[in-house]
Design a binder for this molecule. Sequence first.
Ligand code: MEV
Length: 440
Amino acid sequence: MKTPIQGFSKLSKEEKIKWIADNYTDNSDTTIQILKKYWNQDNELQKLHDEFIENTISNYYLPFGIAPNFLINDTLYAIPMAIEESSVVAAASKAAKFWLDKGGFKTRVLGTQKIGQVHFIFKGPSEKLQEFIDAINPILVSDCKSITQNMEKRGGGITSIELRDRTHKLDNYYQLHCKFETLDAMGANFINSCLEQFSSTLKREALTYTSFNEGEQRIEVVMSILSNYVPECLVRAEVSCPINELEAEQSVSPEEFAKKMVRAVDIANVEPYRAVTHNKGIMNGIDAVVLATGNDFRAVEAGIHAYAAKDGSYKSLTRASLEDGIFKFWIEVPLALGTVGGLTSLHPLVNLALEILQKPSARELMQIVAVAGLAQNFAAVRSLVTTGIQEGHMKMHLLNILNQMRASEDEKKTLVAYFKKNAATHNAVVEALQNLRNKL
Ligand code: MEV
């Protein structure tokens, strides 16, 4: 029988480990051994990780890989990716190489506005509320001066504060719908601090607003928080080339391949079951770069999927066309990213990832991340409409299967060579390893 624990966070790291090992795992010694194996030898670095979150007992590694040869707006990038899925970096690298001699990727930032809202209840006429908000607008802004002054010096800050009447959705429900320019910062803390100040100002000013009666003076703020839906923080990435330059896999002609690509993207545009998987492939690329650069992939995921459903049904994030002999393939995605603040200066690998990317601004990082998503989608759909996904996927997964079966280095070498020429299914790998072992 398990019992709850009081004050877990106050225990030392060793005590926490012992408690979890004794109470929630079968073999305490093994548990302790595994957890400690992932501790960093460098005490200072380990302490840094310990302090990122509460109750750290170990580190959870992901592979940190590089997809080279990305030509983006005529600059060459090697893109760092943090991801566990075997085929993702290989697919990105392959797509980068494919487009390298065809002009590479062209990208454009379409907007950088971020959103935050103060959600509140007002029991009075909406016209009166609008007059009040118009009257206090300068006070809302000036009360935030201590928060915004540095951002303003760099050209950012609060860009608009708008009252939104949502009473048709929920009785007496209104919002201050606010926009922000946060430059190279992701800006979550900046935005949330401004919003909490707006909330205080709103409540305080309402209490003395003479046109309000007593009931109206008591504005009830429910919450103040940024939105991870950022359709105006948007970036576009595109590739294009004459159809006859499109080398497909296997014996598919460039024309046939181009048509199949467009058809596959069209299907993802009209069929949500396919769109979700299609977009998952895009997120393979996006998340891996977002994670490597220390950005919040949950925020990015939530915002992108909401954007994919903005027309009322869930659709593909990419589009493809064939016009005048040109194949064009593009993506538009909302990406609220930062290259300063947060983990960016704290985490040595994040710092390194940004250095490898030539110290991008947030706008540049948006473009690189969108390219990673587009490249990943191109590689996945290219395989899907030609060879099928399993051939490449299983080749990359091969080492995972061999490691699971505790293959020796020699066995791995032999079987990797064997599966260069043979189809690698799970059973085929198991069988080939058994055959190899039986021969000895
Ligand atoms: C697998 O991680 C991603 C794919 O399923 C994406 C797709 O189907 O487009 C291959």
